[in-house]
Design a protein around this ligand. Structure first.
Ligand code: MLT
Length: 265
C-alpha cells in the first residue's frame, strides 16, 4: 500500500498499471481491498487506483463530523498529488454516494463513472434513525458487532452459506476499520444531500450496476438512476447481493470492460 499526506491526513492507496486511470471508491465499512478482484484483471490494461477513504484500511482515522464532500476532496487531493487531471471513477454503495458528491463538486475531473449498488436519494427519516442505532452499536461494541449486522446485508444468503472464504475476507476488512471511521461514515452518510436533481445533469458516460439480489440498494434504485442519467446503461449481476463486485467478479469485470471499450476509455 502506498501512502500520501492529503488534506493533512495520511491516505493509503494503490496505483498499478498504465493507461486511462480508473479510480475505485469502496463501500461502508470496508476498504480498498474489496476491489482486489478488479485490480487483478484491469491493471493489465489500465492505470488502476484504489483509495482507502479516511478512517479505513491504511488511512488515518479522525473522529469528527466530516461529510462525504470531505471524502471526495481527499480523492481529488490524491489525484492532484498523482498529477491526474481526469479519471474514470467506480464507486460502490458509500463509494457511489462519494462519487455523486465528487461529480457535483468536480465534474471536470470525471471522464466517466460507474455507480454500483448505490442510490441517489438521501437517507429517509427511518434510515437516519437506523444510522443512530448503528453509531451507538459501534461506539459500545466496536467493529465486530458492526460486522455481524453488515455481513448479511453485503452478501447473498447463498454466498454466506457456500463461500466462507469470501465471508472471512469481508469480515477481516470490517474488523480492520476503526470505530472512529465507522462512526464518521455513519454520520456522513446520514447528512448527505439528496442527489436526484444531479442525475439529469450528468454528461459523462455512466454505467449503473446492481446485484440482482441487492436488498440494501435494490434494483429499483439503480433503475431510477439509469432512467434519469442521459445515455446511461444499467447492468444487473445475477447471483450477487450488495457487494456485487466481490461476489461475482467475473460478471462485474466483464460489464466494466464492455463499458470501457464501448466508450473508448
Ligand atoms: C455501503 O455498502 O456502503 C452501505 O450499505 C451504504 C449505506 O449504508 O447506505
Amino acid at each position: 500500500m502506498l501512502k500520501a499526506v492529503i488534506n493533512k491526513i495520511q491516505l493509503g492507496y494503490s496505483d498499478e498499471g498504465q493507461g486511462t486511470p480508473l479510480v475505485f471508491l469502496h463501500a461502508f465499512p470496508l476498504s480498498s481491498l474489496m476491489w482486489q478482484p478488479q485490480v487483478h484483471v484491469l491493471k493489465n490494461s489500465y492505470r488502476v487506483i484504489t483509495v482507502d477513504l479516511r478512517g479505513h484500511g491504511e488511512s488515518d482515522s479522525l473522529l469528527w463530523n466530516f461529510t462525504l464532500d470531505d471524502y471526495a476532496k481527499d480523492v481529488i487531493g490524491l489525484l492532484d498529488h498523482l498529477n491526474i487531471a481526469q479519471a474514470v471513477f467506480i464507486g460502490l454503495s458509500m463509494g457511489g454516494y462519494t462519487l455523486l458528491s465528487l461529480y457535483r463538486n468536480f465534474p471536470d475531473r470525471v471522464k466517466a463513472m460507474v455507480l454500483a449498488d448505490t442510490r441517489a436519494q438521501a437517507d429517509s427519516q427511518a434510515g437516519k434513525t437506523g444510522r443512530q442505532a448503528m453509531t451507538q452499536l459501534a461506539y459500545q461494541e466496536g467493529a465486530s458487532a458492526i460486522a455481524d449486522v453488515m455481513l448479511p446485508k453485503l452478501l447473498a444468503p447463498s454466498t454466506v452459506q457456500q463461500r466462507p472464504d469470501l465471508v472471512d475476507q469481508v469480515r477481516h476488512m470490517i474488523l480492520h476499520t476503526s470505530t472512529e471511521g465507522i462512526i464518521t461514515d455513519l454520520m456522513a452518510m446520514a447528512a448527505r444531500p439528496d442527489s436526484t436533481d444531479l442525475l439529469s445533469q450528468i454528461t459523462c458516460p455512466t454505467l449503473v450496476i446492481v446485484g440482482e439480489d441487492d436488498l440494501a440498494t435494490p434494483l429499483a434504485e439503480s433503475q431510477y438512476m439509469a432512467d434519469r442519467i442521459p445515455g446511461s446503461t444499467l447492468v444487473t449481476i445475477p447471483g450477487a447481493a450488495h457487494l456485487s463486485n466481490f461476489e461475482q467478479p467475473a460478471a462485474f469485470n466483464q460489464s466494466l470492460q464492455n463499458f470501457l471499450t464501448t466508450h473508448k476509455l
